[in-house]
Design a protein around this ligand. Structure first.
Ligand code: DC
Length: 229
């Protein structure tokens, strides 16, 4: 039986760090689905493809040739490329600017969905975070979470993370940018961001990180209480 905790939510809602902490607490692997899209984007950029005009029939075979896959690394399932962890290659501004276009290609999404489902089917218990995990990739997940927070709170946290002082004008601009991205993510044709059926909605605006993690851990513990590892 697959064991899956699915966490979806908008940009900068703290999904990934929350998912990682939840995975550690319950002894599952953390799978950041965005990292897989970022690794595919790295492959496209390395092959000098135009991110806005991706031909999946070209991109996916190159990704396979370069051995792009998810591998166990400590307590995460992370993308590897050319036999080494891709993490150091996928967080830069070039990938960040191009990943939205690459992840909008239906065949690219199908490829990523298949890779993620294969691992869960192999028996890896996973906490997966992304935009469409509870709606499309793992609708049968035992625990589904829709993690939200106001654009204002997300903007403040993001600026703090970057070590920038929470100057009110900077926060306002960043909050507007996030609200705009929410609109784009929620209204896109392919795998739009929305709350999955049966998902618990958690508004992290007024919660500490620890409280946010604890709510999901509690939900997971009760959902998996009767399942044998
Ligand atoms: O969470 P992130 O910034 O690493 O995500 C990178 C991109 O991938 C972002 O543009 C949204 C997209 N993505 C997606 O379309 N579906 C997912 N399940 C996860 C990420």
């Amino acid at each position: 039986m697959m064991r899956v905790v699915a966490i979806d939510g908008p940009a900068a809602s703290g999904k990934s760090s929350t998912a990682h902490a939840v995975a550690q607490a319950i002894g599952f692997y953390h799978l950041d689905s965005g990292a897989l899209y970022r690794a595919l984007t790295r492959v496209a950029l390395d092959a000098a493809m135009d991110p806005g005009a991706i031909n999946p029939a070209e991109l996916l075979p190159i990704a396979e040739q370069r051995g792009l896959a998810l591998r166990v690394e400590g307590d995460t399932l992370s993308p590897v490329l050319d036999g080494t962890p891709a993490e150091g290659l996928i967080r830069g501004p070039a990938v960040t600017a191009a990943v939205s276009a690459v992840s909008a290609v239906p065949e690219v999404r199908t490829w990523a969905d298949t890779a993620m489902r294969a691992l869960a089917a192999e028996g890896y218990p996973v906490v997966v975070d992304g935009r469409d995990i509870g709606t499309i990739v793992f609708p049968e997940a035992q625990v589904k979470v829709f993690l939200v927070a106001t654009p204002q709170v997300r903007a403040e946290r993001r600026l703090m993370q970057r070590g920038e002082a929470a100057d009110s004008e900077l926060v306002r601009v960043e909050a507007e940018r996030l609200a705009e991205r929410d609109r784009a993510d929620s209204s896109r044709a392919v795998a739009p961001l929305r709350k999955a059926e049966g998902a618990i909605e958690i508004d992290g605006s007024a919660l500490s990180f620890e409280e946010q993690v604890e709510r999901i851990v509690d939900a997971a513990r009760s959902a998996f209480r009767n399942s044998t590892p």
